[in-house]
Design a protein around this ligand. Structure first.
Ligand SMILES: *[C@@H]1O[C@H](CO)[C@@H](O)[C@H](O)[C@H]1NC(C)=O
Ligand SMILES: *[C@@H]1O[C@H](CO)[C@@H](O)[C@H](O)[C@H]1NC(C)=O
Ligand SMILES: *[C@@H]1O[C@H](CO)[C@@H](O)[C@H](O)[C@H]1NC(C)=O
Ligand SMILES: *[C@@H]1O[C@H](CO)[C@@H](O)[C@H](O)[C@H]1NC(C)=O
Ligand SMILES: *[C@H]1O[C@@H](CO)[C@H](O)[C@@H](O)[C@@H]1NC(C)=O
Length: 275
């Protein structure tokens, strides 16, 4: 008898457990569904959230204003007709302040440079600042007659010159270069024929914006690999010296990629000893 009584109590307990378990599953499913629905509702919110989240990492920034000015550059416009000036208000809203003697430019060396700046607090690239980090790696555009931000079906970099992404990088690069001050570094690629490459952002925009009244020197780090073809005597680097505004000093040093990677992964090594 006693065992029969405890058996029905056991059944009741199991039943309660089952009901409770089902309810829990139901709640989880509903929560997941709501989160997904909110996230997927419109691409616009996802993109806006990403920009805002990246912006918030820079304390004291007016991220709502920055987003509004960013968006204003391309929303409702033909995605092949967004000139770099469209981002002027965005640039002003970021209130970019340069860090003299720590500014790092790059051309065709993106991976090794960012591996270095992420692991070591020696230099700052455009992509490490508020100016560039909000949009790094993203694609976006608008459409005539729409207030939305699209993230698919946008022109690619070379499809048309005045596309929202390319114009953004041109404008942000110009703003970064204009403020370059003190000793400035650039990492160029020694494994290509023309390290100071004609159509690169560095050559076509940044070098032209360097200001001799605030910039003391440009120090080229030519990143070499075992199969490198170029060295510091390359004619394109002579062109670089000529294109620099008078008064900016120039230097060039060949440094192996292995040496830079070694420095990236040795935090105790002083920045000045990397090359
Ligand atoms: C230099 O360019 C070559 C060819 O595009 C590439 O394979 C190499 O990784 C680049 N070097 C660096 C240091 O980024
Ligand atoms: C800038 O570079 C020059 C040599 O080119 C050096 O004498 C000076 O100390 C450097 N300044 C800083 C702040 O690193
Ligand atoms: C560089 O740009 C010029 C004009 O903008 C273009 O004619 C040329 O094909 C480009 N060169 C390369 C290698 O992309
Ligand atoms: C630099 O490269 C050129 C070929 O482009 C070569 O003749 C010269 O010996 C190299 N100089 C050094 C110091 O490696
Ligand atoms: C580097 O300079 C350019 C001219 O700007 C030449 O066209 C290249 O051939 C040269 N590179 C090498 C490896 O000689």
């Amino acid at each position: 008898m006693a065992s029969g009584g405890s058996g029905s109590a056991e059944r009741r307990r199991r039943k309660r457990c089952l009901v409770f378990g089902l309810l829990t599953v139901l709640v989880v499913v509903v929560v997941v569904a709501v989160v997904l629905a909110v996230t997927l509702r419109k691409g616009k919110y996802t993109f806006e959230d990403r920009i805002l989240a990246r912006c918030e990492k820079f304390k004291g920034s007016d991220c709502r204003l920055i987003w509004a000015k960013f968006q204003k550059a391309y929303v409702g416009r033909d995605p092949c007709n967004v000139p770099m000036e469209a981002y002027d208000d965005f640039i002003a809203a970021t209130q970019f302040k340069p860090e003299c003697n720590r500014m790092m430019f790059w051309s065709k060396t993106k991976d090794v440079v960012h591996d270095f700046t992420e692991k070591r607090d020696c230099y700052v690239t455009l992509e490490d600042t508020l100016l560039g980090s909000v949009a790094d790696g993203l694609t976006w555009c608008g459409r005539v007659g729409s207030s939305e931000t699209l993230t698919t079906g946008c022109p690619r970099w070379t499809d048309c010159e005045n596309n929202p992404v390319r114009s953004f990088w041109s404008r942000a690069s110009a703003a970064f270069a204009e403020k370059a001050c003190g000793n400035v570094t650039v990492m160029l690629n020694g494994s290509i024929e023309t390290p100071f490459s004609p159509n690169s952002t560095f050559r076509s925009i940044e070098v032209k914006k360097f200001d001799a009244t605030v910039m003391r020197s440009l120090n080229v780090v030519l990143v070499t690999q075992t199969n490198s073809v170029s060295n510091c005597t390359n004619a394109s680097l002579k062109d670089l010296q000529k294109e620099l505004a008078a008064g900016i000093r120039y230097s060039c040093k060949e440094v192996s990629e292995a040496q830079i990677r070694e420095c990236s992964s040795n935090p105790e090594k002083p920045c000045g000893a990397c090359w």
